[in-house]
Design a protein around this ligand. Sequence first.
Ligand SMILES: CC(C)(COP(=O)(O)OP(=O)(O)OC[C@H]1O[C@@H](n2cnc3c(N)ncnc32)[C@H](O)[C@@H]1OP(=O)(O)O)[C@@H](O)C(=O)NCCC(=O)NCCS
Length: 277
Amino acid sequence: MPEEDRGTLYDMAHAAIQDWSISTAGTLEGTYGAAGVARALPDDEVHVWFAASDVFWNDDLARRFLMLLSTDELARHERAAVDADRRLYVAAHGLVRLILTEYAPAPPASWRFLSGPFGKPTAIDDAGRTPVQFSLSHTRGMVAIALTRSCPVGVDVEEMIDQPLDDLKRMVLGEHEAADLLAHLPEMHTRRFLEFWTLKEAYLKARGVGLQQPPGEIEFQLEPGKRPTIRCANANDDEPEAWHFWNAFSFSGHVAAAAVHCHSKDRMTLRVFRAIP
Ligand SMILES: CC(C)(COP(=O)(O)OP(=O)(O)OC[C@H]1O[C@@H](n2cnc3c(N)ncnc32)[C@H](O)[C@@H]1OP(=O)(O)O)[C@@H](O)C(=O)NCCC(=O)NCCS
């Protein structure tokens, strides 16, 4: 793509994010676009951005986002069989680029993504650096993107749809988790299951292994008013005390969880942002 086109795209994309309002528990400490300052991301914070992807049904925004994608991303987008999946893909991958640019001064279209052995992506800027760690999750109606300065991070978001708790779902719960779930009223089972499930996925994504590791090998403990803790991580050599978890945050009928692995900090703070075009 010619350099001048990149500039135009960058301005257009930037204009898109400038217009967005950021709400919920977010703290704004300067925006990269207007003030020329990257958004602050201290070592002891994890930022999670949510976007209700239905808003990207706007053709103009979808077209702008599409222009930010790499050749590989465009090819994956084309391979999606259903139009709704194509839209979600553009929303998710366009947003990743714009949000990375909020934290580091690289044009959105310039980010490259390296894939780990099991598919975990790492963002590389135009100078070959990795200024932030990120994790992406997308499901019908919602995109979630988590970022840290340098600690491995994972995020998962799922739509809250009441479904029977079948054998397959039961298999991914550990013994204590299954007992915890059954101690709740049946109408709470879907939500409780998704709280465990999103934690497991967020943890496996932070580790970069995804579902290569059976989710049933990991157990989470949920206690009212406390952050989740990991009960056991069979066959892992992680130190449980270095993991930080947050669960059951999100909005619009979705449930999300985030996981961060960080040795050096006793405390980590989660900040949640909502991106609205
Ligand atoms: C990662 C995984 C758990 C995500 O599950 P999901 O609930 O269907 O999807 P989510 O929307 O929450 O997350 C998808 C995103 O996670 C990221 N991702 C993919 N693999 C990942 C991994 N191993 N670790 C962390 N993140 C990963 C990508 O950004 C992906 O987005 P994309 O598919 O649009 O590029 C699942 O896809 C998985 O286990 N993948 C590994 C597959 C594997 O072993 N591949 C072998 C390649 S050799």
